[in-house]
Ligand binder design. Structure first.
Ligand SMILES: CC(C)(COP(=O)(O)OP(=O)(O)OC[C@H]1O[C@@H](n2cnc3c(N)ncnc32)[C@H](O)[C@@H]1OP(=O)(O)O)[C@@H](O)C(=O)NCCC(=O)NCCS
Length: 132
């Protein structure tokens, strides 16, 4: 089951334990949806800023990976973004994060640019999906 949630200490703990490097932003446009199975096993955070959207992060708890949960969460976000009539969706991902890059490519994101040393010392790839 996928549902919207507000920020909570549970979400912060899941982020810290499974996605150590992520720094929570104070973003007034942010929406969070969680995948719930006797507890939160995945989450997606995205921001709809008028006619464009950003995927902030998508995360599935380690032992639930490769069961299509990340894909379902991304699809849920994409549908909501589409309903809001956005034209462009962008995201940054570490250049060596192959699972995430493959996931985003599967859902139509294209690599557009490299952002040097975006995450501490690591390069990031800017990926974009245009909606028409
Ligand atoms: C990226 C992540 C969210 C994928 O979640 P997931 O539930 O395992 O992904 P799914 O099972 O829905 O896979 C969907 C597609 O993603 C790609 N993918 C997922 N894991 C992959 C892996 N280990 N290697 C290669 N491709 C992978 C595949 O294209 C897959 O489609 P397929 O099953 O038809 O091959 C998960 O690996 C994760 O939480 N990683 C840590 C957090 C992170 O780095 N998030 C992204 C940065 S914002």
């Amino acid at each position: 089951m996928i549902e919207f949630r507000e920020h909570s200490t549970t979400i912060d703990t899941i982020l810290r334990e499974n996605f150590g490097g992520y720094q929570q932003q104070n973003d007034p446009f942010e929406k969070i949806a969680v995948y719930y199975l006797n507890g939160i096993v995945g989450l997606v955070s995205y921001s709809i800023i008028y006619d464009r959207a950003e995927i902030n992060y998508i995360l599935v708890v380690n032992k639930y990976r490769r069961q299509n949960i990340g894909g379902k969460l991304l699809n849920f976000a994409l549908k909501d973004i589409f309903k809001n009539k956005c034209k462009t969706i962008s995201l940054e991902v570490e250049e060596d994060n192959i699972p995430a890059i493959k996931l985003y490519e599967k859902y139509g994101f294209i690599k557009k640019a490299v952002r040097d040393k975006y995450y501490n010392n690591k390069n990031a790839i800017l990926m974009v999906k245009e909606l028409r």
